[in-house]
Design a protein around this ligand. Structure first.
Ligand SMILES: Cc1ncc(COP(=O)(O)O)c(C=O)c1O
Length: 445
């Protein structure tokens, strides 16, 4: 006889509908075996893989260049125009960046061998932090093993259970997880809404004049390609004695005249209290950072931000890559690449709109393309892959229910012609997928 904890058999005859359901259905299950929800998920996951074109956990077979090939979980290969990688300035394959990585291996070996709170940080970290500080116009920069770790670490490092985190409803997972781990006093405000944030801050200050408050937003939201009024948020923080944290992961380096991102475009460089960012979008490496104006906060985070203290420091290849990509971002070549990026972005957005596709947000390396239902998204992403355009599908719960979208990521190395070609294919796939939704159609293809 099976014990109550034996795994449920995976080969039940009934197969879930691959066009229905979401990961949220498998988050909790009132069963004594923790693995039961994983077994149920696995059955649904298999059904989705069986449908074909499964858009998650794909593997690149080479560098993340504008043309690439992805290995899917069913073993099949999708090849073509790649709008699913986040190498915004196309620096991951830059000869000088690759040379810098090789030189670092020769000099330092391949491993950092310790946390930055002990002896893991290499002296290459000094110029990287200083260069970032100059780009951000912030005197102090702390490096983290990943951008996620930086976001989680700065919130968890600064906030205690008596403090409040007032946070944009759509803020990135790392910020939300950091907040939820630090305090039960997590107060979301409506996306980008300064008035709503003000209402939340005023309420907290009235009830708890002594509480610490962290106000959190992003400079470019990756599911919507939209941007808050950053100065207005800093003014709010100042007015209510809060600290403002802005996540610049998606725009630092690739937008703004000198690569300062939305902070630069809005005249806010050096004006916000705290900045977190990632190297994984524009700087061709794993890694993240926190910039701040106070040396005391910088010193504190080294020992009180858990991913800094209890996780290994960035390795020599990562640091050398960031040092070189940062040099390029700040040099004339950076400006040339940013111009090429925007040209490609406009070609893609213009092409999509011309074909009747709803494009969200403003011009940025992320081009969110609205779809709607989960089923239409799943059909459309499969068609795109089959027709040689590689895109990422975002669906509930990463976005609202029935607000599925493609998140196309553009690189400076995409040509306008490639963008126009991709727009045609995406529009055709969406039209077909949406036509399949017509009443009376079966739910599975
Ligand atoms: C807004 C934002 N912040 C932080 C991160 C985390 O960055 P990383 O990939 O370096 O962990 C991401 C990446 O997904 C992001 O989109």
């Amino acid at each position: 006889m099976n014990s109550p904890l034996s795994p449920a058999p995976l080969d039940r005859p009934e197969s879930p509908d691959p066009l229905a359901g979401s990961t949220r259905d498998f988050l909790t299950r009132p069963e004594p075996d923790l693995a039961a929800k994983a077994v149920a998920f696995s059955r649904w996951h298999d059904a989705r893989i069986g449908f074909g074109g499964f858009p998650y956990a794909k593997r690149l077979t080479g560098a993340p260049t504008p043309r690439a090939a992805l290995r899917l979980l069913d073993g099949s290969l999708q090849e073509g125009l790649n709008f699913s990688s986040q190498d915004y300035l196309g620096l991951a394959s830059h000869p000088a960046v690759k040379a810098a990585a090789c030189a670092a291996v020769g000099c330092y070996g391949v491993h950092s061998a310790g946390s930055s709170a002990l002896a893991g940080e290499m002296d290459l970290a000094g110029p990287v932090a200083a260069g970032l500080g100059e780009l951000l116009r912030m005197p102090h920069v702390t490096l983290f093993p990943t951008g996620w770790a930086a976001g989680y670490g700065v919130v968890r490092g600064l906030v205690r259970e008596t403090d409040h985190v007032v946070i944009d409803l759509l803020a990135h997972n790392c910020l939300m997880e950091g907040a939820l781990a630090a305090t039960r006093k997590v107060v979301p405000f409506l996306h980008l809404d300064v008035a709503h944030a003000r209402q939340k801050l005023a309420g907290i200050r009235e009830r708890e004049p002594q509480a610490g408050i962290l106000l959190v937003t992003e400079s470019l939201f990756s599911m919507d390609a939209d941007t808050p009024r950053i100065a207005a948020f800093q003014d709010l923080a100042d007015e209510f004695g809060a600290r403002l944290l802005v996540d610049v992961a998606h725009d630092l380096g690739c937008l703004g005249e000198t690569g300062g991102g939305q902070l630069e475009r809005q005249g806010c460089l050096g004006r916000v209290d705290l900045v977190i960012g990632s190297f994984s979008k524009t700087f061709a490496s794993n890694g993240g950072f926190v910039g701040c104006r106070d040396r005391a906060v910088h010193d504190y985070l080294r020992y009180f931000a858990p991913p800094n203290t209890f996780s290994n420091a960035l390795g020599p290849v990562q640091l050398a890559v960031v040092a070189e990509t940062l040099r390029i971002v700040r040099a004339e070549e950076g400006g040339v690449r940013r111009t090429a990026l925007l040209r490609a972005v406009h070609a893609l957005r213009g092409g999509l709109v011309a074909h009747g596709v709803k494009v969200l947000g403003a011009a940025a390396p992320i081009v969110p393309t609205y779809i709607g239902s989960a089923a239409a998204g799943r059909r459309a992403v499969k068609l795109c892959g089959e027709r040689g355009v590689l895109v990422n599908l975002v669906e509930f719960p990463a976005v609202a229910r029935n607000a599925s979208r493609f998140r196309l990521q553009v690189m400076a190395t995409h040509t306008p012609e490639e963008c126009e070609m991709a727009a045609r294919v995406v529009a055709g796939a969406l039209e077909e997928a949406q036509a399949a939704e017509a009443p009376g159609e079966p739910s599975a293809a």
